[in-house]
Design a protein around this ligand. Structure first.
Ligand code: ATP
Ligand code: MG
Length: 188
């Protein structure tokens, strides 16, 4: 069970991925997920859980966007949660029940790593403005490197090294800006 504010100790990459999957079940776009923590603390590993939990990719397809700075994933369902059935449009059109899936805009998930960002010019090349103009889930590693202006609800998680393969993961209460959207989270 995901609890905001109280630290969780993960003893393996698998446990960290499982925690990311739990968070995925609680996310509703638009939302910024800020992942802080030093090198190797497990931010990308946690993101594998979030993105696979959203049904947008397999864990092993989620890799560090260290050099490209952004990876984009797409998912047919408009809601976070387990993947919607994969349906081709032509098939869906024969089946009215599934029409909603065929016409729903895809949910986009952006996985961003700002570790190497040099400044605003760099940021502009990333297409993040597009991300922030639609309803997406934007996961940001090294968010403290560049402050993004956005009214979107934010969830912050901090990952810290403990001994060996242990990591402390603290997921803060969602922060809603005064003017921002208010439904960052699914109720469990
Ligand atoms: N409990 C754990 N949780 C997460 N990762 C772990 C854990 N134990 C060991 N690891 C290992 O630590 C490494 C974490 O790397 P990862 O790329 O996820 O970190 P990161 O915080 O994204 O680093 P960077 O700042 O370089 O992007 C991986 O090699 C992973 O297998
Ligand atoms: Mg990383």
């Amino acid at each position: 069970m995901l609890s905001f504010g109280s630290p969780f100790v993960s003893h393996s990459p698998e446990e960290t991925i499982a925690k990311g999957r739990e968070l995925a079940q609680r996310l509703t776009p638009p939302v910024l997920v800020m992942l802080a923590g030093e090198l190797g603390s497990g931010k990308t590993t946690f993101t594998k859980g979030i993105i696979s939990g959203l049904g947008a990719a397999e864990e092993n397809e989620v890799t560090s966007p260290t050099f490209t700075l952004v990876h984009v994933f797409q998912h047919r369902s408009t809601l976070a949660g387990p993947a919607a059935p994969a349906i081709s449009v032509s098939h869906a059109l024969k089946d009215v029940k599934n029409l909603e899936y065929a016409v729903a805009p895809p949910l986009k998930i952006y996985h961003v790593d700002l570790y190497r960002i040099e400044g605003f010019a760099d940021l502009e090349t990333l297409g993040l403005e597009d991300a922030l103009s639609e309803s997406a889930i934007v996961i940001i590693e090294w968010p403290e490197r560049f402050s993004l202006r956005s009214e979107w609800p934010r969830i912050s998680a901090r990952l810290e090294h403990l001994e060996g393969d242990s990591r402390r993961i603290t997921i803060s209460e969602p922060f809603l800006s005064e003017n921002g959207a208010t439904n960052a989270l699914n109720t469990p």
